[in-house]
Design a protein around this ligand. Structure first.
Ligand code: FAD
Length: 347
């Protein structure tokens, strides 16, 4: 049930189709003191090789409803709905806000967890709120976007309140309008297609084709997509660190200035310059032949293989550039594991 195709079996497994199912699963776990592990599409988790001594709660709450008029729309999506069809429906209705998030795997309920983003858009820009089962109070609560603690690939669901809320539904607020075209790669792709005044559908198609070239659209026929997408986040460094980086690098260092003066540096660039080329192979794991940021299960890899390669990359990037990469996926079932501790360490 994971896109990496890695992970031990669940001791208990339950598929929740309603918020009441989530409440029942929570009460069952509380009564037996059993840990509860929430699983959506399994596209952003690295699950330990040993079995999970807990209840894996697979979120399968369905339903998508578009309402509104005069170019405004509210979309209510069950957390278990697949994400990309929702993007497609919005684009086909002429609603802007999600077009650059085309092709991201996983569930609607998974999108607020790390505030998914791509090509200059983040889902938090379109989320009006979420409904969630609050394990602290045992109630279903409505949280407005401002209460979700969204940041770059993060939210309160992933960090400060990890494990507390089970997202049952997501409400999106969309508007008719032009597509967002800000990201250089997307602009290049549209120019290559010689599309004048691209619309939402053109942008969705362009995003999907750039993503496919990078192995970032799930495809059983493409072994480079057996991953969690980007394994490391792009580090955001101070202007001083960025200048230091430029001083030790032979060519120009790519960097995206942030509003606060910091600079976001592509992790992919650091990884390649630290000696890990696309297609790098180490036993059953390796890097995608299309993108150095995706760690790929080449068949029969274990979670340990993934952790060890990730740790080697992190160490080499730190040695070469003094920058500590931080992983993007969530690690499940690794209590106290030294490799995971090292991977999550920040400097
Ligand atoms: C090929 C590929 C490309 C990708 N590209 C991108 C990209 O461009 N941008 C990006 O941001 N991400 C990307 N990802 C990562 C991933 O697809 C997203 O983070 C996605 O939103 C995860 O959703 P999921 O349902 O698969 O979550 P899962 O992997 O099932 O879970 C991830 C975490 O969220 C929690 N969770 C999931 N659902 C719920 C819920 N309903 N309530 C509470 N907690 C929940 C889980 O407990 C876990 O901690 C990519 C992944 C792959 C494999």
């Amino acid at each position: 049930m994971t896109t990496l195709g890695i992970g031990g079996a669940a001791r208990w497994f339950f598929r929740a189709r309603t918020a009441e199912d989530v409440a029942r699963a929570h009460r069952w776990c509380e009564a037996r003191r059993v840990p509860l592990v929430v699983l959506g599409g399994g596209s952003n988790v690295v699950v330990a090789d040993r079995s999970i001594e807990g209840l894996v709660l697979h979120i399968a709450i369905g339903g998508v409803d578009f309402s509104g008029r005069d170019g405004e729309a509210r979309v209510q999506a069950g957390a278990g709905e697949a994400w990309d069809p929702i993007v497609e429906m919005a684009v086909l209705r002429g609603l802007a806000g999600l077009e650059c998030l085309s092709g991201i795997p996983g569930s609607a309920g998974g999108t607020p967890i790390q505030n998914v983003g791509a090509y200059g858009q983040e889902v938090s820009q379109s989320i009006a709120g979420v409904t969630a089962f609050d394990r602290a109070s045992g109630e279903v609560v409505a949280l407005a976007a401002g209460e979700c603690g969204f940041g770059y690939r993060t939210s309160r669901f992933k960090h400060t309140d990890a494990g507390r809320f089970v997202v049952c539904g997501v409400t999106l607020q969309l508007r008719a309008g032009p597509p967002a075209i800000a990201y250089p790669e997307l602009i290049d792709e549209l120019q290559r297609g010689a599309i004048e005044a691209p619309g939402l559908i053109d942008v969705r198609e362009a995003v999907l084709s750039v993503r496919r070239r990078k192995g970032m659209v799930l495809d059983r026929a493409d072994p480079d997509t057996r991953s969690v997408g980007s394994f490391f986040m792009n580090p955001v460094v101070t202007a001083g660190v960025y200048e230091g980086l430029a001083a030790v690098s032979p060519g120009p260092v790519p960097g995206f200035p942030q509003p606060d003066g910091a600079v976001k540096v592509p992790a992919a660039w650091l990884i390649e310059r630290a000696g890990f080329a696309r297609g790098y192979q180490c036993g059953a794991v390796g890097l995608s032949s299309k993108h150095p940021l995706a760690l790929v299960n080449r068949g029969g890899a274990t979670a340990r293989d993934v952790l060890q390669l990730a740790a080697r990359i992190k160490r080499q990037v730190a040695d070469r550039f003094g920058i500590w990469l931080v992983p993007e996926p969530v690690f499940v079932g690794f209590d106290g594991d030294a490799d995971v501790r090292y991977l999550l360490e920040k400097r």
